[in-house]
Write a protein that binds this ligand. Structure first.
Ligand code: GRF
Length: 203
């Protein structure tokens, strides 16, 4: 299976996915990594793993529609079975999301539907939550609103700050994202409207 990964930064989730492909845990390969930022460290990870690495800056495009249509064309070169957002910090147009509907996955650092958007760890701490986590979901037009496939929970302790919580959440992200991609590449996972199905059972 062909996996295209979109990033904007460090790419530690990308690394977990690359490692899972290399070990055979995921029956697929990352055929391309595309970053919205030219200096993203994830591009180095991609090159080190022998993947095609591209950067696509919004500064080279007039508007969101033009950017997303260039992004779509670049992705299509790799004929992906699945397109994986891993810390890709841009909102995607409805047309892009519709084009890749059913094969577009994202990981979000909260227990959705809680804390959509940014600064999720800080918000969970400020709300006094004792449980926090991360979610892998199919992407729909609704930002951070698509059907959830898998979540992992972590505790928040009294002496935590956003950084210590983020580190704890990251460890779980590196477990659940490769697992969901494994299921997808095995043909076990599907999106049906606002539902995710595993082995034809609603999740
Ligand atoms: C992760 O926490 C992910 O949940 C969020 O962005 C972060 C990306 O980190 N969407 P990395 O680039 O994979 O290290």
């Amino acid at each position: 299976k062909s996996i295209v990964v979109l990033i904007s930064g460090n790419g530690s989730n990308l690394q977990a996915i690359l490692d899972a492909c290399a070990s055979g845990f995921i029956a697929g390969q990352v055929t391309a990594v595309i970053s919205s930022k030219a200096d993203a460290y994830g591009l180095t990870r991609a090159r080190d793993a022998g993947c095609a690495a591209h950067s696509l800056s919004h500064q080279d495009y007039q508007n969101r529609e033009d950017y997303d249509s260039a992004l779509q064309q670049l992705i299509e070169r790799y004929q992906p079975d699945v397109v994986v957002l891993a810390g890709f910090m841009r909102i995607l147009t409805a047309s892009f999301v519709t084009h890749f509907s059913g094969k577009l996955l994202n990981i979000h650092p909260s227990l959705l539907p809680k804390y959509q958007g940014l600064h999720t760890h800080q918000r969970a701490i400020e709300a006094g939550d004792s449980i926090h986590g991360c979610s892998v979901h199919f992407v729909t037009e609704e930002l951070d609103g698509g059907p959830v496939v898998l979540q992992a929970k972590v505790p928040i302790f009294a002496d935590d700050d956003a950084e210590t919580v983020a580190a704890r959440v990251h460890e779980q992200e590196y477990r659940i994202y490769p697992l969901v991609i494994r299921w997808f590449c095995q043909g076990r996972l599907q999106q049906q409207g606002n539902h995710a199905l595993l082995d034809n059972e609603p999740l």
